[in-house]
Write a protein that binds this ligand. Structure first.
Ligand SMILES: [Fe+2]
Ligand SMILES: [Fe+2]
Ligand SMILES: [Zn+2]
Length: 556
């Protein structure tokens, strides 16, 4: 008996796989994720992956990652890793692990919505990748929880995401992978986040880790990134597929522009905060903006997006330039002031900036010190004295910007802040672009969206207690305004300040004589929706009966 079997070529196997799909005719499946797009008959999965090739490759990569985790224990890595870095990876890993989950769910939506079995094979492989990424990052979180000097915060796990005003912004951005038209979700995830921003999140940020003595996180995240080529390719295949139908063109242009904006509005803050505000090492000659110009502007925008023009797609150049300009004018630096002032609402410790940080930031962003230095100096000087720190909080509150209804970041450029009233409530926006997203996706941005509205007039220690960021002794805060263990702030320190939180959305609306700026206390949870969910988003889950789109026919 022969021990060898003749193997079919990959192309032939791939062809055979795409013939294996069938449509059940014994029941009418419910439309779970209807789309506004028209789907052509033909589509191509350029990667042509089959499990026979895929599984041994991924197994090998997994062995290296988990082997790396073991090696790091033996090397006592965390005793040599930067303390600031070990704090910022708490929100970093929790956030990206959620991004992986959302990416996996997006694949389920695409498999359901896009009637082409060849593309579905590509989405299926990506789905398995995203499960792998989720598993690796959760294992990494567990690894740090076991081995870092101060694991507090890790123990709360993903529950922190919706409670911390900082990571709530991440949850909001990542929900764009799974809420709305599945093709719009694919653009947000595959064409923008994976093609443009994973270079920042999974290559540039792990590089900061390596500079701070951490090799466990880079080992894990670079392994994640090695799968991204496949996802980028899936995004391109999705884009080219819908582009075959002329009537899709305006939808593509709109959805791609919006996908760009929401990625920029949040992820640029995420990248810069980790890279520029959380590193003990200052040897990097590139700023976040330098890396952005290299990867986002040159590699993504110029080499990819602008070339879509040849296929008849116009990406609004102004929206790209506006994002670039907002970064140059200090979008992230301005947002960071509020995040640092309210350090006690985080589930990690915030280290004050010091001389070498000031020097580095000033050298990368001339004029930085004059504008932001005094606030950071004050933060450092008052971190051990609640009564003095209270003045800083009062100043922060006075200068606080409303949070943007769409991206949840601060409306930090007063001249660009805009607003509109919906159902008797004022919604503020950081930019005309965010306002456009809200206006053109009715029913998408709803509910009590603003963290501080919920706690308006609350005494600050009650807020900390309510979000639950307290250590097991019941009084010491998880967050601290320093990373040295000696003096730990407690709930009593916060209560001693007798500081009452105000929502800048509410107070700004009052100052400007606008309708109520609060997002809470509405009669119905969807009270903010223009004219009701069904009318506003007929393709959404609110649709019943015949309100949704029609089921697309499957092409074999
Ligand atoms: Fe992933
Ligand atoms: Fe991915
Ligand atoms: Zn915004």
């Amino acid at each position: 008996m022969s021990t060898t079997t003749r193997r079919r070529s990959i192309t032939k196997t791939h062809e055979r796989i795409s013939q294996l799909g069938w449509e059940p005719d014994y029941f009418q499946p419910a439309i779970k994720y209807p789309s506004r797009y028209k789907f052509p008959v033909k589509a191509k999965d350029p990667m042509k992956h089959i499990m026979r090739e895929y599984l041994p490759m991924e197994l090998e990569k997994d062995e290296r990652v988990y082997g790396g985790h073991d090696a790091a224990v033996r090397a006592e890595m965390t005793s040599k890793t930067g303390r600031r870095w070990m704090e910022i990876i708490k929100p970093y890993i929790v956030t990206t692990a959620y991004a992986e989950v959302a990416a996996g769910r997006c694949m389920s939506m695409l498999i359901d919505a896009i009637p082409n079995n060849e593309l579905r094979n590509g989405y299926h492989i990506q789905f398995v990748d995203e499960i792998r990424h989720t598993g690796m990052q959760m294992a990494l979180a567990r690894w740090y929880a076991k081995h870092v000097p101060d694991p507090s915060g890790w123990h709360l796990g993903p529950a922190t995401l919706a409670r911390d005003p900082g990571t709530q912004q991440a949850l909001n951005m990542l929900s764009h992978f799974i809420v709305g038209d599945p093709v719009q979700c694919a653009f947000t995830l595959q064409v923008v986040a994976e093609t443009a921003f994973t270079n920042i999140a999974f290559v540039a940020l792990p590089d900061v880790g390596a500079r701070n003595g951490d090799f466990t996180l880079p080992t894990t995240y670079l392994s994640v990134q090695s799968d991204e080529a496949r996802h980028i390719s899936n995004g391109y295949a999705t884009l080219l597929t819908v582009l075959q139908e002329d009537e899709n063109a305006p939808l593509i242009e709109r959805d791609l522009a919006q996908a760009w904006w929401i990625n920029h509005a949040y992820l640029d803050g995420f990248g810069s905060a980790i890279m520029e505000y959380s590193s003990d090492d200052r040897s990097d000659h590139e700023s976040y903006l330098d890396k952005w110009e290299r990867w986002i502007e040159n590699d993504w925008y110029r080499s990819y997006v602008l070339k879509l023009g040849k296929l008849g797609l116009n990406f609004p150049a102004e929206m790209f330039e506006r994002a670039h300009d907002r970064l140059r004018r200090g979008l992230v630096h301005k947002n960071m002031l509020g995040s640092a002032a309210f350090w006690m609402l985080h589930f990690w410790r915030t280290a004050p900036l010091e001389e070498r940080d000031f020097e580095w930031l000033e050298s990368k962003y001339p004029g930085w010190y004059e504008e932001y230095g005094p606030s950071w100096e004050a933060f450092r000087a008052t971190r051990d004295d609640p009564q003095q720190f209270k003045h800083l909080l009062e100043m922060a509150l006075e200068g606080a910007a409303p949070s943007c209804w769409v991206c949840l970041m601060g409306c930090v450029f007063p001249e660009e802040m805009c607003h509109r009233a919906v159902d008797g409530r004022t919604r503020f926006y950081c930019s005309k672009e965010c306002m456009w997203l809200d206006e053109s996706n009715p029913g998408r941005y709803v509910g009590d969206r603003n963290f501080f509205d919920r706690y308006h007039d609350w005494e600050l220690s009650d807020v900390v207690r309510d979000i639950g960021f307290v250590r097991p002794d019941g009084k010491t805060l998880i967050a601290q305004p320093h990373i040295d263990g000696d003096r730990m702030w407690t709930l009593d320190d916060i209560r001693g300040m007798d500081f009452h939180v105000k929502s800048a959305n509410i107070t700004t609306a009052e100052k400007l004589g606008l309708p109520n700026g609060s997002s809470v206390g509405l009669e119905s949870p969807n009270g903010h929706i223009d004219g009701g969910l069904r009318e506003a988003a007929p393709w959404g889950n609110g649709a019943t009966g015949n309100g949704g789109a029609q089921r697309a026919e499957v092409q074999h």
